[in-house]
Design a protein around this ligand. Structure first.
Ligand code: FNR
Length: 196
């Protein structure tokens, strides 16, 4: 059956360039025969991590939804802006909560579902750097803390405010190719791990 790829934009705002890039990547993945699902982190309604809150009421349901979405997918693609050179709190907060999910009879630990899960990275920014630094940080974070397997290929979309046409497609064929390269690498790894 088709590879399932979970695509997570790191910005939830209306008009987010990263969400647009995520939607374009989803379109490309579907054209390649994959099943692509977008996950809206804002819809998870996660409060800012607070150990007192956790002690009082446990890990919020939104974190379990993120866990289930990751568990149900063969690969995860993060598409994030950078704030002052770092990934957005929206992404980090969601994954920090995920890491706090304990194993119970109902569910495995949060970190058990991320372990060995293939991951890919894209980023976008109106600036020339395309939020490249956010990916360098995320690569370490996902590999070192979550044991995800992040493919070496990545793509930073600079000048994102002028990159898309009216249909939401990237106008520059080199940018399209770069997104394709990340998707193909991710699909190859996911397929290899699936059949291993
Ligand atoms: C930014 N922005 C930004 N851009 C960048 O290329 N490098 C950076 O370090 C920063 N830093 C930064 C900090 C904060 C607090 C904000 C709010 C913004 C600009 C950012 O790239 C721009 O707002 C993007 O449009 C955000 O991505 P979305 O929401 O369009 O996906």
């Amino acid at each position: 059956d088709a590879l399932k790829i979970l695509i997570i934009p790191g910005s939830a705002r209306d008009g987010s360039f990263n969400r647009r890039l995520a939607e374009f990547a989803a379109r490309q993945a579907r054209a390649a025969g994959q099943e692509a699902t977008l996950l809206d982190l804002r819809a998870l309604n996660l409060p800012l991590y607070d150990a007192d809150l956790e002690a009082l009421s446990g890990v919020p349901a939104g974190a379990l939804r993120l866990q289930q979405a990751i568990q149900a997918s063969d690969a995860v693609l993060l598409v994030t802006p950078e704030y002052n050179g770092f990934p957005t709190p929206l992404v980090i907060n969601a994954f920090d909560w995920l890491s706090r999910i304990p194993a119970t009879q109902e569910q495995p630990a949060g970190l058990a579902v991320t372990a060995n899960k293939p991951a890919g990275l894209l980023s976008a920014s109106p600036g020339a750097g395309g939020a490249l630094r956010s990916m360098n940080f995320l690569r370490q974070y996902l590999q070192m803390a979550f044991a995800m397997v992040v493919v070496p290929q990545q793509f930073a979309l600079g000048r994102a405010h002028e990159a898309f046409d009216a249909t939401g497609a990237l106008q520059d064929p080199r940018a399209v190719q770069s997104v394709e390269t990340v998707l193909q690498s991710l699909a190859r790894l996911a397929q290899a791990l699936k059949t291993a």
